[in-house]
Design a protein around this ligand. Structure first.
Ligand SMILES: [Zn+2]
Length: 185
């Protein structure tokens, strides 16, 4: 459900869902604020006001990212040649990490750049074809590493940080490209 609230003078839109959960929570998904509460929960306004600093901070960061996304130029490649590049990089990282996937699936996804299943399959978002190769490399390394470490824990990021100098910058760029793809494709 689409809702609105005024927080510190800003009109904030959010989506509200009641779910079978223990605690109320707020999260941003692809730039939108979601409020998820247990069925018995009454005081959504209070929750939003209590978290107003965090919400406004997030929204300002998102504005910044949306603005930066306008500067991002998408790259248009031959799709099949790009897929070959994906396999090439993936195989290189597999050897490097000594972690081997079963299959790579290509899918146009609306929620993430890539995923790794418990069965050892990797799914790559087709929209990555429009991004610079360093970002593709990061996603592939990330997903292959998930073959061994499922969670984004300390150990996971330790290995990632060893391979990529500026993970935070890469993550931010991926987010900016997310909006660039959404606006252009
Ligand atoms: Zn991950």
């Amino acid at each position: 459900m689409e809702n609105e609230i005024i927080l510190e003078g800003n009109k904030i839109k959010y989506k509200f869902f009641k779910r079978n959960v223990k605690y109320a929570r707020l999260e941003f998904r692809s730039g939108e604020l979601f409020v998820i509460t247990p069925f018995w929960y009454k005081n959504v306004d209070y929750l939003l006001k209590k978290k107003s600093k965090w919400i406004i901070n997030k929204i300002n960061k998102l504005k910044d990212i949306t603005k930066n996304s306008l500067q991002k130029k998408l790259i248009f490649r031959d799709y099949n040649k790009w897929k070959e590049v994906v396999y090439k990089i993936a195989n290189q990282y597999s050897k490097e990490l000594n972690l081997y996937y079963k299959n790579i699936y290509f899918k146009t996804m609306t929620g993430k750049w890539g995923s790794c299943s418990y069965k050892g399959n990797i799914t790559i978002n087709n929209n990555l074809q429009y991004l610079p190769l360093n970002l593709l490399r990061y996603i592939l390394y990330h997903e292959i590493l998930h073959l061994k470490i499922k969670k984004h824990n300390k150990f996971f990021f330790e290995i990632l940080n060893r391979k990529f100098k500026d993970v935070k910058k890469i993550e931010k760029e991926l987010f900016e490209y997310w909006f660039a793809v959404r606006n252009n494709i």
